[in-house]
Design a protein around this ligand. Structure first.
Ligand SMILES: [Fe+2]
Length: 277
C-alpha cells in the first residue's frame, strides 16, 4: 500500500461518517462515539504495530483496518437505533458489506504480483480482519498475516473500548439524567454468580449470560483473557482501566477475588513476555 492510499482512506472515512450526522441529538452522540473510537483505535494500532516491530507496509494495512473496523456501526445505528448486534445486525459483516458497496477498497492491488489471487491480497486481509473482529473467538484455521491482523485489531479495539466504557461509567455516575448514550443492560445493584465463576475459572464470558450492567463490567474485566499481545496488557495496566472498572463495581468478597485473579493473570503474562526478551 502506498502512503497516498492510506491518506485516501482517511479522507474517505471523514466524508462517509460526516453523512450520518443530522438533527437528532441522540443519534449524533452515538455516531460521534464510534467516529472517535475508530480514530483512537488507529492510535492504539500504531502503538501496537510499533511495539511488535511490524514493517512499514504492515503498519499501513494495520492502520486502515483500525480506521475501518467499525464502519458498519454507522449504518447499524441509523437503521436500528442500537449498537446491540443480537437485536439488530452483525456490525462486522455489515461493515464488509459497506466496504463492498462503496467500493472503497477496490483500488488496492495485490502486492505479491499474483493479480489478486495470491496469499498477500491486502483487500482480503482488511476485509477478513474486519469480519472477524467481533467474534467471540477467532476461527482456529487462521494463519500468517490474516491471523496477525485479526489479532491486532481485536487488541487495539479492546484498548480503546476500555477507554470508552470507563469514561461512559464516569459520565453516567456524574450525571445520569444528562446521559446521551445507549444503556443496553439494566443498571441494578447485583451481579450474576455465574459471571464471577467464569472469571475466577479463567474463562471468557458469553454475552448471552449477562443480565445487569455489573455483569457487563465483570465481563469487561475478563476480556484480558482474550488479549493476544503483551504490549496490549501493558497499555491496559498503564492506563489503569481495570482499576477504573473496579471502582464502579460493589465492594464484595467476590469482586475482591475477581480483582486478585485478573491482576495476577495480567502481571504474570507481562512478566513472561519480559523474560522472553
Ligand atoms: Fe466493532
Amino acid at each position: 500500500m502506498e502512503q497516498v492510499q492510506l491518506e485516501k482512506f482517511r479522507a474517505w472515512f471523514d466524508d462517509y461518517v460526516a453523512g450520518f450526522y443530522g438533527d437528532d441529538e441522540f443519534v449524533n452522540a452515538n455516531i460521534k462515539l464510534k467516529e472517535e473510537h475508530s480514530r483512537r483505535t488507529c492510535d492504539e494500532m500504531i502503538y501496537l504495530a510499533e511495539e511488535l516491530g511490524l514493517s512499514d507496509e504492515q503498519k499501513q494495512i494495520a492502520e486502515v483496518i483500525a480506521l475501518l473496523h467499525d464502519i458498519g456501526r454507522f449504518e447499524q445505528f441509523v437503521r436500528y437505533g442500537t449498537y446491540n448486534d443480537p437485536r439488530s445486525v452483525n456490525h462486522c459483516l455489515l461493515g464488509v458489506e459497506v466496504l463492498r458497496q462503496t467500493k472503497v477498497l477496490d483500488g488496492l492491488a495485490c502486492t505479491c504480483g499474483c493479480a489478486g489471487t495470491g496469499e498477500r491480497n491486502e483487500r482480503q486481509l482488511i476485509e477478513k480482519a474486519i469480519e472477524y473482529h467481533g467474534l467471540r473467538e477467532l476461527p482456529a484455521d487462521l494463519e500468517g498475516e490474516c491471523l496477525l491482523f485479526s489479532r491486532l485489531i481485536r487488541d487495539a479495539d479492546k484498548i480503546d473500548v476500555y477507554y470508552v466504557v470507563t469514561d461512559y461509567y464516569r459520565q453516567y455516575r456524574d450525571n445520569p439524567d444528562g446521559f446521551k448514550l445507549e444503556v443496553e443492560l439494566p443498571n441494578e445493584p447485583g451481579y450474576s454468580a455465574q459471571v464471577v465463576e467464569e472469571i475466577l475459572g479463567g474463562r471468557l464470558i458469553d454475552y448471552r449470560v449477562l443480565r445487569t450492567w455489573n455483569d457487563m463490567k465483570l465481563c469487561q474485566l475478563g476480556w484480558v483473557y482474550d488479549v493476544n499481545f503483551a504490549p496490549t496488557l501493558e497499555r491496559i495496566r498503564q492506563r489503569g482501566f481495570l482499576e477504573k472498572i473496579l471502582e464502579f463495581l460493589p465492594e464484595t468478597t467476590d469482586i475482591e477475588k475477581v480483582k486478585e485473579k485478573i491482576f495476577a493473570y495480567v502481571d504474570s503474562r507481562i512478566e513472561q513476555e519480559r523474560n522472553k526478551k
